[in-house]
Write a new protein. Structure first.
Length: 556
């Protein structure tokens, strides 16, 4: 007897029951193996499983489900469908939920029976698989229903006691949570006791404002401060930047053809006339250029002095000064540039065409240069920051920029959509040692009557103006003379470190009473933070002292 034909059909996870039934009906084989995907929800219904069974029987098909899904196996057993875990394992009918598994199933022969001893590869030999002889549908170990039930019964048989297994995962989570909570508590204590506490001390002082004008010398080669000679240590910062700007072209140019024609020149003067090549001949706004030189004999006149019509004439070729259709003119008279005694009559001009293109204009180049120069402020600010980091006070009036040659690509009047202008700029800026400048200001104030018994609270450098001095005689190389004009704020001596030392560890009320006893200070205010802090921190870096003028304004 000839072996029955077999077919293997793979089912998609989202396939409908009607599609599966249609594939079974359309299969030309006698035996059909359905390879089911994981979580094939469509066959987790007893109704759908019965539809498969009925479709197979009505079409004389022997059906095998290739799956190991525990939700599908009982349903297949309930309707009597053969299943196999893969295409090489033996097909069998799983036990029905309502009956014990059959000890032995009849083999599936060519007469219509599937033997449990027969591998699915024999049922569906036409299936093909890449690099493997088997398809693992689900590697999750399965516990037979009977085996699980037996294990439960065995456990109950032992004295009725239950073995409780500790939940190590839950214990580990609690341990980690407790550790994190403990660390957070420790960090909170450290933060609250040592990091967070701060004190801000504000006092008002009786101040005076003294205007000061002072000459000094900045010396870039000096290594020491000359207080008596007012020669300050100075630093000169230099920088060279290559920069460029791109600007969209806005110019226009007509690249069309220029109109041309013939111009008849007539001499109406008493002397011979010469009209060189390149002479302009105009009619209103239209100008044509002569293409060759013309020499005319003396003019011929009537007795009344009028130029005769047969006075010497010569023709010369002319071309329009610019391209464009507008130069295609009819015959008309023209005037000759620089030669009022020469009459000109032009023929009809033709051949002019218009073709407007975008070109680089001088205005585009000037705009790019303006943007490049606008970057000076950024460079100046960077140089100021460099000087300040080294302890020097930048002198704004010393900043100089020297541009190199501007490179324009492409050139003016070239056809292009944009122009690039590049240049190498050289910059220089001078700064003086800020501590040296403060020292000579304090020394100068101490010599005045107003500042003799006062302490300098602010040298006013933030609002001061420093200009080059006219007294430039006797200066050495690397020296530059300047004059500073500033308003110096003087008042009682406020030694910040001394105050911090005196108030550290004391309560706010006690600290305010101590500050009231210091001469020249009034309205002290001690603010502690956060809210749980009751004393001024002992660490000086946690204490901030702000001295205000008597009216409450800030000291510059």
């Amino acid at each position: 007897m000839a072996a029955p034909s077999k077919d293997t059909i793979y089912i998609d996870v989202d396939e409908e029951i009607t599609g599966i039934v249609s594939k079974i009906q359309g299969s030309p084989k006698d035996i059909v193996a359905l390879v089911l995907p994981k979580r094939a929800s469509v066959l987790q219904s007893i109704v759908n499983m019965k539809l498969l069974k009925r479709s197979a029987e009505q079409n004389n098909k022997k059906l095998v489900l290739i799956t190991s899904e525990t939700r599908i196996l009982p349903l297949a057993g309930a309707v009597g469908l053969f299943v196999a875990s893969n295409l090489t394992s033996k097909p069998y009918i799983p036990p029905s939920p309502n009956m014990s598994p059959s000890p032995k199933e009849e083999p599936l022969s060519s007469d219509g029976e599937i033997s449990p001893e027969t591998p699915v590869s024999a049922v569906a030999p036409d299936a093909k698989f890449a690099d493997s002889d088997e398809i693992e549908i689900d590697n999750t170990p399965k516990i037979p229903a009977a085996g699980a039930a037996g294990a439960v019964k065995a456990a109950k048989a032992k004295g009725g006691s239950k073995l409780k297994v500790p939940n190590f995962s839950k214990f580990r989570k609690k341990l980690i949570f407790g550790g994190v909570l403990g660390l957070a508590l420790i960090f909170g204590l450290v933060y609250g006791i040592f990091i967070a506490p701060k004190a801000k001390i504000t006092v008002k002082a009786q101040t005076s404002e003294i205007p000061l004008s002072l000459d000094f010398v900045a010396d870039t080669k000096a290594t020491e401060f000359d207080k008596e000679g007012k020669v300050l240590r100075a630093s000169e910062k230099q920088s060279q930047n290559n920069d460029s700007e791109k600007i969209e072209a806005t110019g226009q140019k007509d690249k069309g053809n220029k109109a041309s024609g013939t111009m008849t020149l007539q001499n109406c003067t008493d002397n011979p006339a010469n009209v060189p090549a390149g002479t302009g001949v105009s009619s209103g706004e239209y100008t044509f250029i002569t293409q060759s030189a013309v020499t005319l004999d003396s003019g011929d006149f009537t007795s009344s002095g009028d130029c005769k019509s047969d006075s010497p004439k010569k023709n010369v070729a002319v071309i329009a000064q610019e391209a464009g259709e507008k130069y295609n003119l009819s015959s008309r008279s023209y005037s000759v540039a620089g030669r009022s005694g020469i009459k000109a009559n032009g023929s009809a001009m033709s051949g002019g065409t218009t073709q407007i293109v975008r070109v680089i204009s001088q205005g585009d180049v000037d705009k790019a240069k303006e943007r490049l120069n606008g970057k000076l402020n950024n460079v100046q600010e960077e140089m100021k920051q460099d000087l300040q980091k080294d302890g020097y006070l930048p002198i704004n009036d010393s900043f100089k920029s020297t541009p190199g040659t501007y490179n324009v690509t492409p050139a003016v009047d070239s056809e292009a959509n944009e122009v690039t202008v590049s240049v190498t700029m050289s910059y220089v800026m001078l700064g003086v040692k800020e501590d040296d400048l403060k020292e000579i200001i304090k020394d100068e104030i101490s010599k005045t009557e107003e500042g003799k018994d006062q302490s300098v609270l602010s040298e006013g450098l933030a609002q001061a103006t420093i200009k080059p001095s006219t007294a430039t005689g006797g200066l050495d190389e690397g020296q530059v003379a300047f004059i500073i004009e500033t308003n110096v704020i003087t008042g009682p001596d406020v030694n910040h470190e001394e105050i911090k030392q005196q108030l550290a560890g004391k309560k706010s009320g006690e600290s305010e009473e101590i500050l009231k006893l210091r001469p020249g200070l009034q309205d002290p205010k001690v603010e502690l933070s956060p809210f749980w802090v009751s004393k001024v921190p002992k660490k000086h870096s946690k204490i901030t002292i702000e001295v205000q003028q008597a009216d409450g304004s800030q000291i510059p």
